[in-house]
Write a protein that binds this ligand. Structure first.
Ligand code: NAD
Length: 479
């Protein structure tokens, strides 16, 4: 595409992108707009043949792309970001329709895409040099080849971009498989890429879970970067093990937030609520368990309730809405299960018990469960919806142990006026990203990954780049 020219993209027709071309399919599927419950446009379901063709095209494109100077790859990534920005409004509209998120948050996600590409473009692939009298040893990093990116539905655009940018920068080719719940923005994003990158460098195949599995099993795919649930992550690892693929697994979380007794209650309580209910709780690093010091428990919970009651839930176009619907029916039923279980067990709904069956879309008013027992579902599992438990604590050692008493280890928060003390607590929490005096706000500048069953490896940040590379150590003897 020549500079300054705005590409024409039809935002109502969707194709897989294989070898630089649009591909339809005999089998189609339709996403559901979670705001209305109505079907959206047809999307082609890629066949095994489409997948094989995509892998073959990526394999063919790889040597030339790998050998393209990094400055040229960066130039093309920069052009891609620019072309995307020219369509920001259309991508925002599309994201509102497929995800239901309020327009201002959809616009933030769309704005994050050029941000992620731009940040990666500022990086260099490192070379370490070690020299002695006898030899020089260079530790270099070379691309892996064909990578597969399997993505979830909660941030369909930004999580795809977070895999595409480091993969292409380091000289890999990548095939994206979006979630069948939110395929639209990723398909259009890859279609836009055909105007910029050589065929086969960035492709997309829409499809169901079986297609994801086929990508993991494919012998010519060198790496899978997967973001999704822990249960699926285990399957991805199992399938990928058959060909010893590299895997990066970004999985579910059950983040604890510890509130120390010296916090400014009025200021912090609404922030903690935002950490729990951002994107209607459908965030891997949303706050999912809140531990409040007993001396301020009542007051803090009341402030949380006061703020929660002001949170408006509704369609993307009402500017006052802070939350949209739950993204899909399966998730809606799952989240409703946590409401039903909490009710059946007689737990206290501190912010009221919403009528979850009242609307056509998948809307749920957020609520807080006051002090359920440690073995309750709402403490033990990740609801991935707008419901969060609080519990009091009195002994710091005990609450750290309680926060760590989980197989998850994605994120965590500590809130306290004494930043040094809060930071000391943060360092003892078993999680990949811990936030002091903020709710969870991962940034592409820092590595993002989970401990324990929240993942393997990580992406983003300088170190994340290396997840798309093989170390290549060259020992050069002087004579
Ligand atoms: P999911 O695991 O159901 O699906 C994710 C993707 O995997 C989809 O594209 C799906 O089609 C594909 N898939 C399903 N079965 C597969 C298989 N056997 N082999 C290969 N691919 C397969 O997850 P979801 O419901 O889309 O997303 C929600 C989950 O993702 C939550 O648990 C959330 O915490 C987690 N998540 C994690 C991060 C992170 O960075 N750690 C970010 C967002 C979401």
């Amino acid at each position: 595409m020549s500079p300054g020219k705005v590409s024409t993209l039809d935002f109502e027709k969707f194709y897989n992108i294989v070898d630089g071309k649009q591909r339809s399919s005999d089998k189609v599927h339709r996403g559901i707009n979670p705001t209305t419950g109505q079907e959206l446009w047809d999307v082609p379901i890629a066949s095994e043949q489409d997948l094989n063709d995509a892998v073959a095209a990526a394999k063919k494109a790889f040597p030339a792309w790998r050998d393209t100077p990094i400055e040229k790859r960066k130039e093309l990534l920069g052009k891609f970001a620019e072309a995307f920005q020219q369509h920001s409004d259309e991508f925002t509209n599309l994201l509102c329709k497929e995800s239901g998120k309020p327009r201002r948050f959809a616009a933030i996600e769309v704005g994050g895409v050029p941000g992620i590409i731009g940040w990666h473009n500022s990086l260099e692939i490192p070379v370490d040099k070690l020299e002695d009298d006898e030899k020089t040893v260079y530790t270099e990093y070379s691309p892996l080849g064909v990578c597969g990116a399997i993505c979830p539905w909660n941030f369909p655009l930004v999580l795809s971009a977070g895999k595409i940018a480091p993969a292409l920068l380091t000289g890999n080719c990548i095939i994206v498989k979006p979630s069948p719940f939110t395929p639209y923005t990723a398909l259009k994003f890859a279609e836009l890429a055909t105007e910029i990158f050589p065929p086969g460098v960035l492709q997309v195949v829409g499809g169901n879970n079986e297609l994801g599995q086929s990508l993991c099993l494919h012998p010519d795919v060198a790496k899978i970067s997967f973001t999704g649930s822990t249960a699926t992550g285990k399957k991805v690892m199992e399938s990928s093990a058959k060909t010893l693929k590299r895997v990066t697994l970004e999985l579910g979380g059950n983040d604890a937030s510890i509130i120390l007794p010296d916090v400014d209650v009025k200021k912090v309580a609404p922030e903690v609520v935002m950490g729990a209910f951002q994107n209607s709780g459908q965030v891997c690093v949303a706050t999912k368990r809140i531990y409040i010091h007993e001396s301020i428990y009542k007051e803090f919970l009341q402030e949380m309730v006061n703020f929660t009651k002001t949170v408006k839930v509704g369609n993307p176009d009402d500017g006052d809405n802070l939350l949209g619907p739950v993204q899909n029916q399966m998730q809606y039923e799952r989240v409703k299960g946590f409401f039903a279980d909490s009710k059946a067990q007689g737990y206290k709904f501190a912010a009221g018990e919403p009528d979850v069956a009242a609307s056509k879309g998948y809307f749920i008013q957020p609520t807080i469960i006051d002090n359920p027992p440690n073995d309750s579902r709402i403490i033990q599992e990740e609801p991935f919806g707008p419901i969060v438990p609080t519990q009091p604590w009195s002994d710091l050692e005990e609450v750290i142990a309680r926060a760590n008493n989980t197989n998850s280890g994605l994120g965590a928060c500590v809130w306290g006026k004494d930043v040094e003390k809060a930071s000391k607590v943060a360092r003892r929490l078993e999680a990949g990203s811990v936030f002091v005096n903020s709710w969870e706000k991962p940034t592409p500048q820092a590595l993002f990954g989970g401990h324990k069953e929240s993942g393997i490896g990580g992406e983003w940040g300088k170190t994340g780049l290396l997840a798309y590379c093989n170390p290549h150590v060259i020992h050069v003897y002087k004579s």
